[in-house]
Design a binder for this molecule. Structure first.
Ligand code: PLP
Length: 409
């Protein structure tokens, strides 16, 4: 059965609206995705009918809430192929998940001078600044993979970068700027043989690709609910259970303890150890509903649809004179995020003209300044696609770029 994008769009109330007198053309899903009514309904039902705090109430509402919260955890675990729901730690977003990992691993590994952490030039600031801060705090050294001219991870110096000094490798799985999907097979094998832990920032891959954490070869991954049809305020740190069990807590407070006396505290096993305080309950339940929705359509079918759209967009954009695409020019090893420049026009002007036509793209450095520096530009325009994107919307983008060229001569 072919993917029925028009049917899918009917689930998203936002597509009924206009922007500046034009039908909404939403090409900013790498930034945040739109939400289907199935997710909105589930969240509303929780607030309206069975709101109660989790893991602490004996009353009916608390029990129902806890069941829904833990049920969401279990379905998210299945969605990513986790060995157990206990491997799924709820956080606020990817950023918090990565900060949690950086703090906790730094302490667990007693990171210090002589140790190395390896990232890449392709990182979102969320997977860069926490490791910079960790290295500053501990005296460890930060090293990184570069980016090749065609926007792929440059692994040519893998053996020099990942050595017995390397304690942690943390890489973006799919770039939020270049769209590159990094095949981490070789890096994972090298990290394993060097005795280093591998973390992957899957913020852009979990929403768009069928993903199995067992096959990926990583020890930890992070992703964020709002980019995968869920609400803001909820993210996930997945980790191998034996690793999570060794990691010290990040935030401390209620719900993460085993025993507390005035003399000291012992901590709950994961995931509770990492979920201090009242968690984002409705948001976790909403993310569970998002995962149900994605599973219902099938991640392979969603991915295939996005590949079709991306191929169409790469063709359309490369036929607009003066447009330069940053990142892989072909569909191989890339996802549906396409950044580009228009000769002689600042991305903010591109974004404004497109917005006037109802076409919503992101402009700027995309929280990945080193990527912009790598391509010697201060900013880029980015169009990013999802399961609801149509070829007609790509045509609207191309027409908008013609308009940009007219306005700027
Ligand atoms: C690759 C990547 N990593 C991390 C993040 C951070 O996500 P959040 O802001 O939800 O924590 C983003 C968000 O744009 C991203 O694209």
């Amino acid at each position: 059965m072919s993917f029925d994008v028009e049917r899918v769009r009917k689930d998203f109330p936002i597509f009924e609206r206009e922007v500046n007198g034009h039908p909404l053309v939403y090409l900013d899903s790498a930034n945040t995705s739109q939400k289907p009514v199935q997710v909105l309904d589930v969240m509303r039902a929780h607030q309206e009918r069975y709101n109660g705090n989790v893991s602490r109430s004996v009353h009916t509402l608390g029990t129902e809430s806890t069941e829904a919260y833990e049920g969401a955890r279990a379905r998210i675990a299945t969605f990513i192929g986790a060995a157990s729901p206990d491997e799924v730690v709820f956080t606020k977003n990817s950023t918090e998940a990565i900060n949690l990992a950086a703090h906790s691993l730094g302490q667990m590994l007693r990171l210090g001078p002589g140790d190395e952490v390896v990232i890449s030039e392709m990182e979102h600031h969320s997977n860069l600044v926490p490791w910079q801060l960790l290295c500053e705090r501990t005296g460890a050294t930060l090293r990184w993979f570069g980016i090749s001219d065609d926007g792929r991870l440059d692994e040519s110096n893998l053996d020099e970068l990942v050595t017995e000094r390397t304690k942690i490798v943390s890489l973006v799985h799919m770039s939020n700027v270049l769209g590159t999907v990094n095949d981490v097979t070789r890096i994972a094998a090298r990290a394993r043989s060097a005795g280093a832990l591998l973390m992957l920032d899957c913020s852009q891959s979990v929403p768009h690709l069928p993903l199995d954490v067992q096959a990926l070869g990583a020890d930890l991954i992070a992703f964020t609910g709002h980019k995968m049809l869920g609400p803001t305020g909820i993210g996930v740190l997945w980790g191998r259970l034996d690793l999570l069990a060794q990691m010290p807590p990040f935030l401390a407070g209620g719900s993460m303890i085993e025993t507390v006396t005035m003399a000291g505290t012992t901590f709950a096993p994961p995931p509770a150890r990492f979920e201090a305080g009242t968690p984002p309950i409705t948001e976790a339940i909403g993310l569970g509903a998002a995962v149900d929705y994605l599973t219902g359509l099938g991640m392979a079918a969603i991915h295939e649809h996005e590949q079709t759209i991306t191929r169409y967009a790469l063709d359309a954009l490369s036929s607009v004179p003066g447009v330069r695409i940053f990142g892989p020019a072909t569909i191989e090893g890339r996802g549906g995020t396409v950044s580009f420049g228009v000769d002689g026009v600042h991305p903010h002007d591109v974004g404004q003209i497109l917005d006037a036509l109802g076409v919503e793209v992101r402009v700027g450095h995309h929280c990945a300044r080193p990527v912009c520096s790598r391509f010697s530009v201060p900013a880029m325009t980015r169009a990013s696609f999802y399961l609801y994107t149509t070829t007609a919307e790509i045509d609207a983008l191309a027409r908008g770029l013609d308009q940009v060229r007219k306005v700027f001569g």
